[in-house]
Design a protein around this ligand. Structure first.
Ligand code: UDP
Length: 401
């Protein structure tokens, strides 16, 4: 198991000492995180790393997932989409599944912790079905700046029961919520298999294992097959780019157990681009493999994140940490990470030509690509590593407990 002192050399000793000092004051406190999947997507990625470090510094930290029926996850995915601004017929929101599932979860899940941290809308109503006697925090990972109003009003019923809500960006702050809203940006773990340094030999192994040809520069997007990640839009950008520079596109997308839309979107991309796939100009990878993601991010000539909405965008941070030049949408939490032309390039995702031009600029100018990558890695070191994230959680826990 990892421990905080292993981050020495990546962050300053001051950061490490601060974490220990705060951790001591929380020693043997009992905290629980609740979300809806152990695998797939950014929330699970963060919790796999954060929970271990919270335990390492002496906070007894657990992690549970709310299980669900397909009906429950279809409803919660519709909620997720509508909270990010998609239109919605409220009749399609099965409140009985949503609340009933959480009510049942409460029968199986007994809460006697000192603090409960609930992630995203799936387990949000759980609070209604337990005897609340401690601070509860709702950690919202999505962009809620323009939610479907009726749905927002409905989920507010549950949010109002919480003591604090965490959001990833000041833009997501809601004026209609009387509870405290705290900004904590997500992070990556530089020591996790997905982000740790790996040798050229290991990279070669994964590239060979996944049968990835290296004869052309690689454009890469790593993302669940999700409408907000716009995989078909990435293909359209790729088609424009390869008119000028011969390259290959890899779309790598695993499945999250709480996302029922992935298979259908994958199928669309596969069917609509059969010719590119047959010629191996476009590779679709669906394997779940952190070291493979690590290797892919290191061999890419350019990494894309053409999201239409993005609460934060860990895939951007991950590529930046590997000093890759990134072209990413100027939406949601991404502009917090990318200062355009310094730590990557920000683009309007609706403007395919602009996206293609940014990619081409990187592919044609190695020195520029290198400068972007170097700036990116340093920016992530300063702002988006798990040590900063952990410290901010500790500060919040010290306040609420
Ligand atoms: N991811 C992965 N394999 C894939 C696709 C995504 O491991 O095929 C990981 C990715 O590396 C990142 C997380 O899933 O750690 C996605 O987080 P992000 O914040 O980018 O998006 P979300 O899926 O939460 O919307």
């Amino acid at each position: 198991m990892k421990s905080v002192d292993e981050y020495r050399g990546i962050v300053s000793d001051k950061v490490i000492a601060e974490i220990y000092a705060k951790g001591t004051r929380l020693n043997k406190r009992h905290v629980i995180h609740i979300n809806s999947t152990y695998q797939g997507g950014g929330v699970a990625e963060i919790l796999h790393n954060l929970v271990i470090l919270m335990n390492d510094i002496g906070i007894d930290t657990g992690w549970r997932i709310v299980p669900g029926t397909p009906g429950f996850f279809t409803t919660t995915k519709r909620m997720h989409n509508a909270l990010q601004g998609e239109s919605l017929d409220m009749k399609l929101i099965h409140k009985d599944y949503y609340q009933g599932n959480n009510e049942k979860f409460a029968v199986f899940t007994h809460i006697d912790h000192d603090c409960v941290i609930v992630h995203d809308p799936q387990p949000l109503p759980f609070i209604k079905y337990v005897h609340k006697k401690q601070p509860w925090i709702w950690r919202c990972h999505i962009d809620i700046s323009n939610p479907h109003e009726e749905l927002w009003d409905y989920i507010k019923t549950f949010i109002l029961r919480y003591d604090v809500m965490i959001i990833s960006d000041g833009k997501y702050r809601r004026n209609d919520l009387p509870i405290e809203q705290r900004i904590i940006m997500p992070s990556i773990d530089p020591l996790s298999p997905k982000n740790c340094d790996i040798s050229q030999q290991e990279i070669d192994h994964y590239i060979e294992y996944y049968n990835i040809p290296l004869d052309k520069p690689i454009m890469l997007q790593i993302s669940r097959f999700d409408k907000w990640k716009d995989p078909q839009g990435v293909v359209e950008v790729f088609k424009r780019v390869r008119k000028e520079v011969d390259c290959r596109l890899i779309l790598c997308g695993n499945a999250a157990t709480d996302d029922p839309e992935g298979a259908e979107i994958y199928q669309h991309v596969a069917t609509d681009n059969q010719d590119l796939i047959e010629k191996r100009e476009l590779l679709l990878i669906t394997a779940e493999d952190n070291l493979m993601v690590n290797a892919l991010q290191r061999i890419a000539a350019v990494v894309l994140q053409k999201s239409l909405r993005e609460g934060f965008g860990l895939t951007v941070t991950e590529a930046m940490w590997k000093a890759r030049p990134v072209v990413a949408s100027n939406v949601g939490g991404i502009p917090n990470q990318i200062q355009s032309n310094k730590t990557g390039i920000l683009v309007d995702p609706a403007n395919f030509d602009e996206c293609a031009e940014a990619v081409l600029r990187i592919l044609k100018d190695e020195a520029f690509a290198h400068r972007l990558g170097a700036g990116a890695r340093e920016f992530v070191r300063q702002h988006f590593l798990i040590t900063r994230h952990l410290r901010e959680y500790l500060e919040l826990l010290l306040e609420v407990l």
